[in-house]
Ligand binder design. Sequence first.
Ligand SMILES: *Cc1c(COP(=O)(O)O)cnc(C)c1O
Length: 401
Amino acid sequence: MPGTELFGSEERKEINDVLETGMLFRYNHDQQRNGIWKAREFEAEVRQLTGAKYVHAVCNGTAAIATALAASGIGAGDEVIVPPFTFIASVEAVLFLGAIPIFAEIDETLCLSAEGIEKAITPKTKGVCLVHMCGGMADMDAIMKVVNDYNLVLVEDAGQAFAASYKGTATGLFGTAGSYSFDFFKIATAGEGGIFVTNDEEVYKIADAYADHGHNHEGNNRGMEQHPVLGFNYRISELHAAVGLAQTRKVPQIREANRKHKKMLVDILSQTEGISFARLADPDGDSATFLNLLLPDTDTAKRTVAELNKSGVGGFNYWYTNMYHFVNQWDHLKQMRTAAALPVQKFGSSQDYAAMELPKSQEVVGRLISFGIRCTWTEEEVTALANNIAKCAQAAMMVNA
Ligand SMILES: *Cc1c(COP(=O)(O)O)cnc(C)c1O
């Protein structure tokens, strides 16, 4: 979790600015706030880093996905194609807007594939909630072709891919709207926080109102202005925005260190037979928050994880652990155990969640072993890690021979 590694005087300074005024609310109160607008500054910083035309900060990444879906016009009864490999938040956002998730296959990019999306399309399909996983990016040229051919709405959950890009465009900016997460485990953290992005002014205006009970914030007169749409409370506080602002400024530096460390790891591990890597649709756009190994088969991956655990090397496989990022851990969804009925239970779904089979996704996730990359590692630590991983993988592969 690189952002937290660099937590320091910069974050404290931004927080103190807010504490000195006592104005923790992001709107109005011009006199008391004395020129301190951290949410606005946070948004400006993200705008600069990503190149997004419109940026709106919200209280967490899940709220940012929900806002992106809603502002893109996805709602009750709409089928939305989602990946089976993502943090559950992406699926929750679809479900709790009343839409119907339809799971499609991922590929070695660890993201939905164009082929997977195309096969999952039905007459009810309204859109795709694409998730850029493990610091990398989906294969956007191929995906945009399917999205355009079938006239689908594309929303991108780039919760794990802030600072990643594809052919020069930041993840999150290919579709109608996108989202980033600033929770504690991401490349930059606000403690809790999320970012909504779009290049479409109308979509932005809806999102801005939607995330604050429908207030349109015109005329810096919140509470007394117009209410174009019904909304909800997804506001970020000035304290969280202050942290997110300081952290966003550090992202280029974090990304550079991550990339250097990842290159060292890849250079060493490429020499071990049987180890390959998740496919980066654009290697130059990697945020390099994770090293993502693919072992030859799921049994070898399982044995490698056991060796890694035995040697205390770290690393995790999303299939054999309870990481909650793969559909095999989502029994509540398969059995529709809900606190209260969701629209999906009334509308029905064209996919049987308990019986669906996603062999390609299972094969890829079963072979995957990921390692979080730290930006503060020394070169000695990186080299030692690579050698230890190689040893464990070799021990696991000996059994095959
Ligand atoms: C972290 C994450 C989220 C959720 O973000 P929160 O800020 O924790 O709500 C959503 N999607 C993905 C892919 C994530 O990794």
